[in-house]
Structures are given as C-alpha cells and as structure tokens.
Design a protein around this ligand. Structure first.
Ligand SMILES: CC(C)(COP(=O)(O)OP(=O)(O)OC[C@H]1O[C@@H](n2cnc3c(N)ncnc32)[C@H](O)[C@@H]1OP(=O)(O)O)[C@@H](O)C(=O)NCCC(=O)NCCS
Length: 166
C-alpha cells in the first residue's frame, strides 16, 4: 500500500518540484514562476506531497500586500498548486492546501488570495465575494480570498515581483 505524506520543501526537492509543475500544467511557465519566487526570497510556505518517497504534489504561498491609503497589509498568495497527473483525484491537492493553511494560520497570517477555479477552491473556504473589491490586474471570477482574521476587504493587491514576468 502506498503512503502519502506532506512535508516542507527543501532545496533538494527543486528538480522534483519542477517536474511535478511541468507535468501538471503541461508547460514550463509555472515551474519558472516557482524558481523565480524562490530565487527572490518571496516564498512564505512551500510544501511537497510524497508517495513512497517520490514528490507527487507541490504547493507554494508567496507574500502579497494589500495596499490602501499608504498602508501595506501583508497577505499571502496561493500559486501554484500542482499534482502529478497520475495522482489526480486522490486527495493530494486538498491535503496540501489544508496543511499549508494550518501552518500559515499558526504563523499569524490573516488573509490568503488565490486565482483559480471557484468550484475547486471553494471547498477550502475561498470566496469570490471576499475578493470582489480588491483592485488587481487579475480581478475577475477566478480571484478569491480566504480570511482567518481581521484583514482588508479592499485595496490594491501587490504580488511578488516574480509574477510580473509571467
Ligand atoms: C487542481 C489540482 C491541484 C487538484 O489536485 P488533486 O490532488 O487532483 O485534488 P483532490 O484530489 O484534492 O481533489 C479532487 C477534486 O477536485 C476536483 N477538481 C480538480 N480540479 C478541479 C478544477 N479545476 N475545478 C473544479 N474541480 C476540480 C476534482 O473533480 C475532484 O472532485 P471530487 O472531490 O468531487 O471528486 C490538480 O488537478 C492539478 O495539478 N491540476 C493541474 C494544475 C492546476 O490546474 N493547478 C491549479 C491552478 S490554480
């Protein structure tokens, strides 16, 4: 029987993470974003899922600021999330999201933002209406937010510079 486990990513996982991202998205863009976020030091939480010692899933959260009236509120951005295609639908994506949320909440984070399918992210508490008032180039139905405490409901979303290149 296979054993799935989740742990923090380490520098030795970089090649395996790149492959999972490329396989999941079918293109190198997201893997490149991951490398750029790591290189710029903007990563807040990065986990991998292992099955029998092989990396089969990956999730990354980077720093995102909500800027309003000269204030800068630190939030987090979930991107990307990837699971090796042959493991889709086995609960790995959900396990990665839930475990990362626990760690981020414990670390005192108050707000997470994601760009993705509401039919998927809604199950983790992400809400389209919670993000509707943010100013963002990504504003639209796919932009959702999840608050764990007091956090702004409006303001401009400023992503890590690495997102600008993608
Ligand atoms: C999205 C992804 C990470 C989900 O990983 P996973 O391990 O298959 O997810 P889980 O097993 O936890 O959840 C599977 C459930 O999510 C649903 N689901 C998966 N992708 C979905 C999507 N894009 N929209 C809606 N539902 C989706 C499945 O139908 C399944 O539903 P069920 O629980 O009712 O059967 C994975 O499909 C993936 O790597 N996709 C390609 C990369 C990608 O799109 N990443 C997200 C970008 S925002």
């Amino acid at each position: 029987m296979s054993m799935m486990s989740i742990r923090a990513a380490t520098p030795r996982d970089r090649d395996a993470i790149r492959l999972v991202e490329e396989h999941a998205f079918g293109q190198p863009v997201e893997a490149g974003l991951v490398d750029a976020l790591v290189a710029s030091g903007d990563v807040l939480a990065e986990l991998v899922a292992e099955d029998d010692g092989a990396v089969v899933g990956h999730i990354l959260f980077s720093r995102l600021f909500v800027e309003q009236d000269g204030d800068r509120f630190p939030a987090v951005a979930l991107a990307p999330l990837a699971v090796e295609p042959s493991f889709h639908g086995t609960g790995i994506g959900g396990a990665l999201v839930r475990e990362a949320h626990i760690r981020l909440k414990d670390a005192g984070e108050k707000l997470s933002v994601v760009l993705g399918d509401p039919a998927y992210y809604g199950r983790f508490g992400y809400d389209r209406s919670r993000a509707a008032l943010f100013e963002s180039d990504y504003q639209g139905e796919a932009l959702q937010a999840l608050a764990w405490g007091d956090a702004p409901e409006s303001g401009r979303l400023v992503y890590a510079p690495a997102f600008g290149g993608f």
